[in-house]
Design a protein around this ligand. Structure first.
Ligand code: ADP
Length: 229
């Protein structure tokens, strides 16, 4: 099995591409969903966040106030680092668990949908291939205004807080350009899918897994024979 890291920028079309890949039967692990699950009420990360950030970041319902946490870490790099040090280990563990599960199910590759893949870079080294869903900055701004209903000024502020999408292009192995219409994007996703399906990149891990399983069985067989004699 091999891993494919998929990322983009806000409103660049990542969800659009992921839904086509899922339609084609690909296994996609969504880091955003996992990030929400690991801080649900009562989890160790939830308790740690409250002990460091105080009860102020909790809503009346008991859930974390993500908006408040977001604005705290937006203005303080130290607090952002602290929050990341609490949430990243359980997120990575959950992603690993889901990946192993897909491996056992026989998937040749798994696509990891990671919003900050190119920003944090820590997970990039585990990917055989990285894919960027690109959209030219002007179209990105227009689509974000249309989707969010925010003012142009507000949208520009949000876009400025992220790594510009153009600077992610040289970091990616493969780029899907979603600046055009949906049909053009679909065609590019179909091409990516075809190349993933025909890749032999899954063979090394599969051979290693079969060799390990064979080794364990041989060991057990020898042990059983000795006990029998
Ligand atoms: P992301 O997941 O990267 O934030 P989305 O896939 O949600 O981006 O797309 C952002 C917005 O742009 C959505 O409202 C979506 O419907 C729209 N959109 C995405 N791709 C296209 C396209 N090729 N043409 C027109 N609108 C698009």
């Amino acid at each position: 099995m091999f891993l494919v890291g998929l990322s983009g920028g806000i409103a660049s079309g990542k969800s659009t591409v992921v839904s086509i890949l899922r339609e084609l039967g690909c296994a996609v692990i969504d880091a955003d969903v996992i990030a929400r699950e690991v801080v649900q009420r009562g989890t160790p990360a939830y308790n740690q966040i409250i002990s460091h950030f105080g009860e102020d970041v909790v809503l009346e319902s008991g859930e974390l106030d993500r908006g408040k946490l977001g604005s705290i870490i937006f203005s303080s790099p130290e607090k952002r680092a602290l929050l990341n040090s609490i949430t990243h280990p359980p997120i990575h563990r959950a992603m690993l668990k889901q990946t192993l599960w897909h491996f056992l199910l026989g998937y040749r590759y798994v696509i990891l949908d990671i919003p900050l893949l190119f920003e944090t870079r820590t997970l990039m080294r585990y990917m055989k291939l990285t894919v960027l869903v690109y959209c030219d900055p002007q179209t990105q701004e227009e689509r974000l205004i249309r989707r969010s209903g925010l003012s142009r000024e507000e949208v520009r502020k949000r876009l400025a807080a992220q790594l510009p999408i153009t600077s992610k292009v040289p970091l990616a192995d493969h780029v899907i350009d979603n600046s055009g219409d949906r049909d053009s994007t679909r065609r590019q996703v179909l091409q990516l899918h075809a190349s993933l399906e025909s890749s032999r990149g899954y063979l090394p891990t599969r051979i290693a897994a079969v060799a390990t399983a064979a080794g364990i069985m041989a060991l057990m067989w020898n042990l059983a024979r000795r006990l029998w004699q």
